[in-house]
Design a protein around this ligand. Structure first.
Ligand code: CP
Ligand code: NVA
Length: 309
């Protein structure tokens, strides 16, 4: 699963259903991935993604191996195609966190085992799975919910647009001018929204996006790899902070969401992220359940290496 669109609507619903079962009855799945090994290939730092993938494999009876590529991006020492064709001989799946999206695509092109995007500059599909799982737990449904994303229109916003639209959520993204989501992604999300009855809006006015929303979501202003732009971004994004006033434009039962890590006083006010309406740690917990379900779907079925040989 390199990109959100790699899972159909029904596959996504199946992941969510299984994730819910795994959350409620973890013991039932203790041996579900016995003997399977996942390689984690990370070019960027991580707390949540690394720990949840590692714990997911262990609690499913499998194991994981972490390849720290923070000092040496993939493709530098040897071609990505060779890395993929080595790893596939030893492991049953690869989760990759990369700077360039094309790196994950290249791994998937060459590896004969499932490749999971653990965040690239274009998408963060595992995050979006956990986020919709969180919304489903809070509201008991997904279809028709209004999700407002305020901030940088990049990887996290992209995945929320695609996964949200696929599942019938109305997604409104408000960004500063010239930080809008990629128009190609918006067009894809709009196509996905049609059959699901959802709507997709891209705006520059945060209040308009947040008005009447069930969930208000934000992400860091400066993503990993864009640190050199931090100063400019702090100025441009200032009016897009999720303050108590802005959050107050949402529904009274709205939740605040953030993929984390969060920068209090930048994209979100401390009072909002620490409020009882904040579900940020539920999102983090749900990374585990969603990824366990995804791993089971990808590694326990015929697509796994063991089944191919
Ligand atoms: N939300 C998320 O992906 O967190 P990490 O960067 O810590 O993995
Ligand atoms: N947009 C952020 C998400 C971190 C989980 C980044 O890419 O750094």
């Amino acid at each position: 699963m390199v990109f959100d669109t790699d899972l159909s609507r029904s596959e996504t619903v199946a992941v969510l259903r299984l994730a819910e079962k795994m959350r409620r009855f973890p013991a039932r799945y203790r041996k579900a991935l016995e003997g399977r090994v996942l390689a984690l290939v990370f070019e960027k730092p991580s707390l949540r993604t690394r720990v949840t993938f590692e714990v997911a494999m262990k609690t499913l009876g499998g194991d994981s191996i972490f390849l720290d590529c923070r000092g040496e991006p993939l493709g530098q020492r040897e071609p990505i195609a060779d890395v993929a064709r080595n790893l596939e001989r030893w492991v049953d799946g690869i989760a990759a966190r990369t700077f360039r999206h094309s790196t994950v695509e290249e791994l998937a092109r060459w590896a004969d085992v499932p490749v999971i995007n653990a965040l690239s500059d274009r998408a963060h599909p595992c995050q979006a799975l956990a986020d919709v799982l969180t919304l489903q737990s809070v509201f008991g449904r997904l279809k028709g919910l209004k999700l407002a994303f305020v901030g940088d229109g990049n990887n996290v916003a992209h995945s929320l647009l695609l996964t949200g639209a696929k599942l019938g959520l109305h997604v409104a993204v408000a960004t500063p001018p010239s930080y809008e989501p990629d128009p190609e992604i918006v067009a894809l999300a709009t196509d996905l929204a049609r059959p699901s009855g959802a709507t997709v809006r891209v705006l520059n006015d945060p209040e308009e996006a947040v008005a009447g929303a069930h969930a208000v979501y934000t992400d860091v202003w400066t993503s990993m790899g864009s640190e050199h732009e931090a100063q400019v971004r702090r100025k441009r994004f200032r009016p897009y902070q999720v303050t108590e006033k802005l959050f107050g434009k949402a529904r009274p039962d709205a939740v605040f969401m953030h993929c984390l890590p969060a920068h209090r006083g930048e994209e979100v006010a401390d009072a909002v992220i620490e409020s009882p309406r904040s579900v940020v740690f539920d999102q983090a917990e749900n990374r585990l359940h969603a990824q366990k379900a995804l791993l089971w779907m990808l590694l326990a079925q015929d697509r796994g290496k063991a089944a191919k040989k």
